[in-house]
Design a protein around this ligand. Structure first.
Ligand SMILES: *Cc1c(COP(=O)(O)O)cnc(C)c1O
Length: 405
C-alpha cells in the first residue's frame, strides 16, 4: 500500500479568504467579536462551564425572539435544518397544512410538508407581494380540520415582509398551529413570538445576527411540545426529534450529539451584542441604512421590486436597469471592490439584484461604499450616472433620520 496515489495534484497551502464586504442575501459579515469568540478554547459539550453558557444562550435567544418558550435553543445546522425540524416534528401522515407561497422559501415549506406525509394546501401570492391574509382565511374555511398554517415572515428571495400578527390571529381562530420562518427577519425587523402567538419559529445565524452560517435558532410553544409528545408515529428523523433533543438542551444534559461548541460561543457573542445594542435600536439601524441606500439607488433611477409598506429594510430587491448586464455588474463589484451583492432566484433570476443590509453589514460605511462602487461600475458599462450624487443623497437621509438613543 502507498499513500502516494491519493496525494492532491496541486500544491495546497493555508487558505486565506479575501476580506469581502457581504451585502447579499446572506451570509452577512461576521462581527470581529464573534470571530474571536469562536477562536476560544474548545470545551466538551457536557462540561459544566459550557452547559452554563448554553443556559445563557437560551435566555439571549428568548430575548431575540421575544418569547418565554422553554423550548428555545439553537439547532446544529443551517436555517434549512431549523425549517425541517419544525415540519418533521409537527406533521404526521395525512395532516393538512396550509402553506403560504410568495417566493422560494414558501416553496421549500411545501416540499417539507409533502415529504413528511402531510397534505399541503397552497395559498399562492405573486412574487414581490406579501401573503394575503384573506386568502389564508378562505383556505381555512374551505379546508376544515387543517392542523398548521406555515408562512415566511421575511421572504429573502423577493424582499417582502408579510403581516405575521394578522396571519397568526386568523390561524388561531381556526384552532391551527403556526410555523413561521424568521431566518431573515430575526434581529433586523420586529418579531414578537409570544405577542403574536406563533407556535414554532426557526431562524439562521448568518443573516441579521452577524454570525457565520451553520446554526439555526428555534423556539416552540408548549402546544407544540404537547403535540410532539403525543404523536401516534415516531418522528421520522432521529437527529431532529425534539423529544430526544430535550434530553440535551433540557435539564438532564445527556449526550445527544456533539454540539458545535465553538460555533455556539459565536452565537452567544452575537446574541449578546444584539442584547447590548437593544432590539429596538437594531431594528431602527436596519431601517435607517435601508432608507439611505434607497435614496442613493433612486439617484441612479433604480427601482424597488416591492411596494413601500411591505419592503424589508435588510433585503433590498431592485430591478436591474434596462440594458445592463446584471451578472457583469456583480462580477466587477466582487473582483474590483471585494463587494458581494445577490442575484435573483427562480422567476427573478437575471432580473433583479438583492442588496442585503443585515446585521454587521448594515452600517453607514457600507451604504456609502456600495453606492459609490455601483456608480463606478454602472458608469463603466455606459449608464449615465452623476458620480457622487448617490452618496450625497444617502447622507441627506441620515441627517433627516438621526439615530435616537
Ligand atoms: C436563508 C434562508 C433560509 C435557509 O437558510 P440556510 O441557512 O441557507 O439553510 C430559509 N428561509 C429564508 C427566508 C432564508 O432567507
Amino acid at each position: 500500500m502507498t499513500t502516494k496515489d491519493f496525494r492532491p495534484e496541486k500544491k495546497i497551502s493555508i487558505f486565506y479568504p479575501p476580506q469581502r464586504v457581504l451585502m447579499g442575501p446572506g451570509p452577512s459579515d461576521t462581527h470581529s467579536r464573534v470571530l474571536s469568540a469562536m477562536a476560544r478554547p474548545t470545551l466538551g459539550h457536557l462540561d459544566p462551564v459550557f452547559t452554563d453558557m448554553m443556559e445563557e444562550l437560551k435566555s439571549l435567544m428568548r430575548y431575540a425572539f421575544q418569547t418565554n418558550n422553554l423550548l428555545t435553543f439553537p439547532v446544529s445546522g443551517p436555517g434549512s435544518v431549523g425549517m425541517e425540524m419544525c415540519f418533521v416534528n409537527m406533521i404526521e401522515p395525512g395532516d393538512k397544512v396550509i402553506v403560504c407561497r410568495n417566493g422560494v422559501f414558501g416553496g421549500r415549506m411545501i416540499e417539507n410538508v409533502t415529504r413528511h406525509g402531510g397534505e399541503a394546501i397552497i395559498v399562492d401570492d405573486k412574487w414581490g407581494e406579501p401573503v394575503d391574509p384573506q386568502k389564508v382565511e378562505d383556505a381555512l374555511k374551505k379546508n376544515p380540520g387543517t392542523k398548521i398554517v406555515a408562512f415566511v415572515h421575511a421572504e429573502t428571495s423577493t424582499g417582502v415582509q408579510s403581516d405575521a400578527k394578522t396571519i397568526s390571529e386568523i390561524a388561531k381562530r381556526y384552532n391551527c398551529l403556526t410555523i413561521m420562518d424568521t431566518v431573515t427577519s430575526l434581529g433586523g425587523t420586529p418579531i414578537y413570538i409570544d405577542g403574536w402567538g406563533i407556535d414554532a419559529v426557526y431562524s439562521g445565524s448568518q443573516k441579521c445576527l452577524s454570525c457565520p452560517p451553520g446554526l439555526s435558532p428555534v423556539s416552540f410553544s408548549d402546544r407544540v411540545v404537547e403535540l410532539v409528545k403525543n404523536r401516534k408515529h415516531k418522528v421520522q428523523s432521529w437527529f431532529m426529534d425534539i423529544n430526544l433533543l430535550l434530553g440535551y438542551w433540557g435539564s438532564s444534559r445527556t449526550y445527544h450529539h456533539t454540539a458545535p461548541t465553538n460555533a455556539l460561543y459565536g452565537l452567544h457573542e452575537a446574541l449578546l451584542m444584539l442584547y447590548e445594542e437593544g432590539l429596538e435600536h437594531s431594528w431602527t439601524r436596519h431601517q435607517r441604512n435601508h432608507k439611505a441606500l434607497k435614496a442613493g439607488l433612486q439617484t441612479m433611477g433604480i427601482e424597488y421590486v416591492v411596494a413601500e409598506p411591505y419592503r424589508l429594510p435588510q433585503l433590498n430587491a431592485v430591478h436591474v436597469p434596462v440594458g445592463i448586464d446584471e451578472k457583469e455588474v456583480r462580477r466587477r463589484l466582487l473582483a474590483d471592490f471585494n463587494l458581494e451583492i445577490g442575484a435573483g432566484l427562480g422567476d427573478f433570476a437575471g432580473k433583479i439584484w438583492r442588496f442585503g443590509l443585515m446585521g454587521t453589514s448594515s452600517r453607514v460605511e457600507n451604504v456609502a461604499f456600495c453606492l459609490n462602487a455601483l456608480e463606478v461600475v454602472l458608469a463603466d458599462l455606459g449608464m449615465k450616472v452623476e458620480r457622487g450624487s448617490a452618496e450625497v443623497a444617502a447622507h441627506q437621509t441620515y441627517a433627516q433620520n438621526p439615530m435616537l438613543g
